[in-house]
Design a protein around this ligand. Sequence first.
Ligand code: FAD
Length: 256
Amino acid sequence: MAASVMRGYEGWDVDIERPTGLEEALGALAAQPGATLLAGGTDLMVEVNYHARLPRRVIAVRRVEELKQWEGRRLGAGVTFGRIEHGPIRALAQLARTVGSPQIRAAATIGGNLGTASPAGDSHPFLAACDAHIELQSRRGIRTLRWDEFLVGVKQTSRADDELITAVMLPEAMPHRQEFAKIGVRSAMVIATVSACVMVDDEGQARVALGAVGPTVHLGCKKSSPGVITRRDRRSRAPSAGRPCKRTPSGTPPCW
Ligand SMILES: Cc1cc2nc3c(=O)[nH]c(=O)nc-3n(C[C@H](O)[C@H](O)[C@H](O)COP(=O)(O)OP(=O)(O)OC[C@H]3O[C@@H](n4cnc5c(N)ncnc54)[C@H](O)[C@@H]3O)c2cc1C
């Protein structure tokens, strides 16, 4: 495994390990639980640039081939939005096209979007609308959590220190009728003010998941909370619009 020590900002030295396989990555994480994972770096490096996070130990997983695999309903954590936007799943491709710019999408991964767990993460309403699961692996084994068991708060997940997000598991049958939409202050390169993903199954049952409407609405919610509404309960559970995620105040990184 390639490893190096990088001298960055004054007083910031970082040990970087660059595993090329999943076993190697899990071994590195088991040896140093709590090390910071680096995938495309489009969130992490922004935090580093703002000195909001200066990790001492980084495990860069971009070379881990197993994470880049996308087979049927199993979408590897290292699959980039640049690939997803050309994929076969309508709403997933739609949301991928709204992520940053082509340059960002070439690097940004779905695993990183989940790892950051921002209320405005654009993949989250889609994952909620189709009731996706998140696969986590460590040397201790594999566990699979439903999206709302994984995303538990603003920038909080239930990932353990020695676990790697390895894949997103989509349902066996995806509803054919599905749409994603995002509203922001401009039409491109924008943090969602609100995003929505709607899926309608063959029985006409609609699931609507909203993103970025509040700090915890869809991130922390259980199936019965206001983040996901179905046609049956829409009158009793109309989502209340909360405050959107804060914009970039000077000196702090943007909150995607
Ligand atoms: C200019 C710009 C525009 C952007 N536009 C959007 C946008 O429109 N919509 C949107 O949702 N986001 C946007 N983002 C944010 C970012 O691109 C996404 O959140 C992206 O998906 C992060 O993926 P990454 O691979 O770059 O993650 P990284 O930056 O590498 O990592 C992000 C976090 O996830 C953790 N992590 C990464 N991989 C794993 C893993 N396999 N297991 C466990 N933890 C992991 C890291 O430790 C880190 O905490 C934008 C960012 C920038 C800089």
